[in-house]
Ligand binder design. Structure first.
Ligand code: HGY
Ligand code: MN
Ligand code: MN
Length: 420
């Protein structure tokens, strides 16, 4: 069993989650808006750093903006065991995505320090920068840099909706994009990594399971489709003389849905979550429409084939309608199967709580997906009510978050060899 003094404290978790939830862009509408590489994301990292420093941990932020707090172990020569998640959000997000993994890590650190739990390995508590791809298209920038999957050369070429590049955004919050090589993690420095996260889907809730362990993290292929028609008067232009970018875009969007639903693309999810139309006047036929496409998959070939099929079909539709089409690749991450030895260790930790964990794939992408390129990595999931996420209605009970945190703490000690 878990030593009783290692049970996570619900009130402390609630206070932490509520503290981070207050850090949202003013006048940004409902929910939490704390985008990648903004002063607000850095303020959230500062809250984490202050609390961990107050516990006596040594804390630093690297050139990528990742913030790492270290708790020394009895044997400093051993590689570190790590845990953590992210504090940036999508626009109008909920209060739990990423935050639960950071708050769980902070509570685990408190339990280890305040109960003077001996452990051999150093333990590092990490907040990754810029996990969400909502602003720049690419997800997991901080953890990709740590894993050596994104370098300084990649940063100037990715832009947000205002034309600000990843490199410029990093510099705007006093980070040095040219120095991100220094933020790369050496595999020899790490023994394992565990991320606690909300499920962001409905599998655990439907199964009546209070805790899950992830076996595979979905990949994502993301691109932008820019359709160019001819803006013209909505009254003076007969239907047969139009090059309407919006009606072409509408046909493409429905095609994307049909392709994802086609059984030969089983397991693939394709979404157009953002559309921009110009000039955006109700009395002008749209001359331009831009679609942001997110294709998720549990099989690399099928995920990328679906993306290729979408582009090919969109080209056919646009050619038939006399609409120009330009495709811009934004990001591509393959699915990752997490190592069985970590997965099974996390399951054993859940059983120490008297819970049988549900083993499940993650539909969302995560920092753990990138960190698994550096060190054996696992994920613990807690349920999302109604499967909702990336929305203010996102919610997980504090009791489930506490269970997940206790399982996380036990997992860290199992990985250390401190618990059987
Ligand atoms: O977009 C995702 O899958 C994750 O929430 N970053
Ligand atoms: Mn997340
Ligand atoms: Mn997210």
């Amino acid at each position: 069993m878990i030593p009783v003094d290692l049970a996570a404290d619900q009130a402390r978790l609630r206070e932490l989650i509520d503290t981070f939830a207050t850090l949202s862009e003013p006048d940004s509408g409902p929910g939490v808006t704390r985008l990648a590489y903004t002063p607000l994301e850095r303020r959230a990292h500062a809250v984490f750093a202050d609390r961990m420093s107050a516990l006596g941990l040594t804390v630093h932020s690297d050139a990528a903006g990742n913030t790492i707090a270290e708790l020394p172990g009895d044997d400093p020569a051993l590689p570190a065991i790590g845990t953590g998640s992210h504090l940036d959000s999508v626009p109008n997000a909920g209060s739990y995505d990423g935050i639960v993994g950071v708050c769980g890590a902070m509570e685990a650190a408190r339990l280890l320090v305040e109960h003077r739990v001996r452990h051999r390995h150093p333990v590092r508590f990490v907040v990754f920068a810029a996990e969400e791809g909502a602003r720049f298209g690419q997800a997991c920038t901080g953890s990709r840099i740590a894993a050596g999957l994104t370098g300084a050369d990649d940063l100037p070429g990715k832009h947000d909706a205002n034309g600000v590049s990843l490199a410029e955004a990093m510099a705007s919050v006093a980070l040095d994009p040219a120095a991100v090589h220094s933020a790369r993690w050496a595999p020899a420095d790490w023994a394992a990594f565990v991320e606690l996260h909300i499920e962001q889907g409905g599998v655990l809730e439907a199964a009546g399971a209070r805790i899950g362990v992830v076996d595979l993290i979905s990949g994502s292929t993301r691109f932008r489709l820019e359709l160019t028609g001819r803006a013209s008067h909505s009254g003076g232009t007969p239907m047969h003389l139009r090059a309407d970018a919006v009606t072409a875009a509408a046909e493409v969007v429905l095609l994307i849905e049909a392709l994802a639903n086609d059984e030969h693309n089983e397991g693939t999810r394709a979404t157009v979550g953002k559309i921009e139309v110009a000039p955006g006047s109700m009395t002008t036929i749209a001359g331009a429409a831009t679609l942001w496409v997110d294709v998720r998959g549990t099989d690399t070939d099928r995920q990328r084939r679906t993306a290729r099929e979408i582009v090919a079909k969109a080209e056919e539709i646009c050619a038939r309608r006399g609409i120009g089409l330009r495709t811009e690749h934004l990001a591509d991450t393959p699915p990752v199967r997490l190592p069985a030895e970590v997965r099974d260790g996390l399951a054993a930790a859940c059983r120490m709580l008297g819970l049988e964990p549900r083993v499940l794939p993650s539909g969302a992408s995560h920092d753990a997906q990138q960190i698994n390129h550096v060190t054996p990595t696992g994920m613990i999931f807690v349920p999302s009510r109604d499967g909702i996420s990336h929305d203010p209605a996102e919610w997980t009970s504090i009791a489930d978050i506490a269970l997940g945190t206790t399982a996380l703490t036990a997992s860290l000690l199992r990985l250390d060899g401190r618990l059987p």
